[in-house]
Design a protein around this ligand. Structure first.
Ligand code: 5RP
Length: 230
């Protein structure tokens, strides 16, 4: 199977999981990226079952609305039964690196109000140690250089993200992103705290303190489910 086929497989598996475990009339949390897109496409057939969704990016909002799914502002919602999103890397404890698509801040916010975080990935995202994928750090633009120096002192090699035309990448929140290479994140919970404490950091794309509760991983042998709550 190709990587795209594996993504479609887990997108459908997540839609089936949500249908089975989330009460009718619920508002569900929806992530960002190509795998999250497969989930959005897979719930479209069942859209009448849900009151709507809270989205983690403008891109996902557009896709949800394109399927006729109502998108709510998070401020209108007290809690979400589930949040479904992809990841760039996931380890054996359900800690993740996220933000390859630039939506890390809204993803972390929406995930924080969800009862269950369901991570949907293909098998290429499974790693023993986080850090091979460059760690995204969203920063307030005036602090980009000072945050980069602090991240260098922590052993990384930060580089400002740019668009294909060479212009600075700007997030949905009007901030910039440093992608940090050269890390071996042996204690993800502690590292998340350390990066969070650098003045000017909006969000680090390390999701360890609130990691995944479940992972649906697309493999050539089918969908593998891991429950980290056990
Ligand atoms: C976006 C993300 C994505 O979930 C992550 O980049 C994985 O994307 P994809 O499913 O396209 O591989 O964190 O900010």
């Amino acid at each position: 199977m190709t990587q795209d086929e594996l993504k479609r497989l887990v997108g459908q598996a997540a839609a089936d999981y949500v249908k089975q475990h989330v009460p009718e009339g619920s508002v569900i949390g929806v992530g960002t990226g190509s795998t999250a897109n497969c989930f959005i496409d897979a719930i479209a057939a069942d859209r009448a079952r849900y009151r709507g969704a809270v989205s983690s990016s403008e891109a996902s909002t557009e896709r949800l609305r394109g399927h006729g799914i109502e998108v709510f502002d998070l401020n209108q919602i007290d809690s979400l039964p589930v949040y479904v999103d992809g990841a760039d890397e996931i380890n054996a404890l359900g800690h993740m690196v996220k933000g390859g698509g630039g939506a890390l801040t809204r993803e972390k916010i929406v995930a924080s109000v969800a009862m269950t975080f369901v991570c949907v990935v293909d098998a290429s995202k499974r790693v023993p140690v986080l850090g091979l994928f460059p760690l995204p750090v969203e920063v307030i633009p005036m602090a980009q250089a000072s945050v980069a120096r602090a991240l260098t002192a922590m052993g990384g090699t930060p580089q400002a993200r740019v668009r294909a035309d060479g212009s600075p990448y700007v997030t949905d929140n009007g901030c910039t992103i440093l992608d940090v290479r050269g890390l071996q994140i042996l204690d993800p919970v502690a590292f998340e705290t350390s990066v969070n404490q650098i003045p000017g950091v909006v969000t680090v794309g390390l999701f360890a303190q609130r990691g995944a509760d479940l992972c649906l991983m697309g493999t050539t042998a089918g969908v593998e489910m891991t429950d980290y709550r056990n």
